[in-house]
Design a protein around this ligand. Sequence first.
Ligand SMILES: *Cc1c(COP(=O)(O)O)cnc(C)c1O
Length: 365
Amino acid sequence: MPKIKSIFRKSIEKIKPYKPGKPIEEVKRELGLRKVIKLASNENPLGPSPKAIKAILKSISDLNRYPDSNCFYLKQKLAKRFGLKEGNFIIGNGSDELIVLVLRALIEPGDEVLIAYPTFLIYEIQAHACGAKVIRVPLKSFRYDLERMREKVNPRVKIVFIANPDNPTGTYVTKDEVNKFMEGIPEETVVFFDEAYYEFAKDFPDYPDTLQFLGKKNIIITRSFSKAYGLAGLRIGYGIGSPYLIDHLERIREPFNVNILAQVGALHALEDKDFLEKTMEINRKGKEYLYSEFRKLGLSFVPSATNFILVDIKRDSREVFQALLRRGVIVRDMKDWGLNNFIRVTIGTKEENERFIKELRRLII
Ligand SMILES: *Cc1c(COP(=O)(O)O)cnc(C)c1O
């Protein structure tokens, strides 16, 4: 192909491709390794919810049918659980899809989108894809600086993204900080609370209950089945908002965005209390173990409200990432987030955590 003047929209030329965590199979193949562990994408180390698996297997024979476009049973269950109406919910092909839908529904080229920096990379990528002007507010001590962010809000800002807890830092903003932020927020501005790690943080006494803003402010809250419920591969998440906002998102949603197995899996995962408890327990224990090993190695880390930890490894993160990879341990190199000496590690099973620490120790001592 001859090099021609780009045929693409200028806003898309600016976007750097998102690099996901490396899949286990790819690393095995490329490096000829047999035993590879992945602690790179904040997946559930226990596998999928067993109740979800059972229900999914039963639904396999329905795969000749299109899925329910409206995700009726899932919306009904969620509505009951939160004391809301079905019309308060939208179901997405992962909560990632809801980020895209909200941007597409609200952004005219040139509108402003306010984000923290660094934070979850998808906000900025998708905001650019819609032609938005992205305003970044730096983190302060690895936390969202909601005061500074509030100063940047004006009626031109259409969306503010707040990952709570945040990825890749694992920190969260508190009830008081959020209340102050929401005070007098313009009607034109939608505040997007991305609560993909909600289940890990919800019991902290100062973790905000963002549902309280429903019907009072322009907000959307998203949550995911990918992390605590172990269904990342199915792709399903939900959004909560006013019926007015949800109705507009529904207009531009693809009719069959959520597949049959994902709907059934999510419905039954919500009932799997036992699995959720086990997930929280293995995460709590793994976190304590990793904290104590990092201290022994003289490494500092950001205390996490999630299922991953951001660690300062005090050397080039790409080199450490590559060296761990060659030894069959996949973590996340934080260079793409501008954190050059950091890796992000997902809390795994006991065996996975021990193997990661063993390989890390070998590298840095
Ligand atoms: C993992 C993650 C998501 C995406 O979740 P899906 O439901 O799998 O699309 C959204 N936001 C943050 C902050 C995440 O870390």
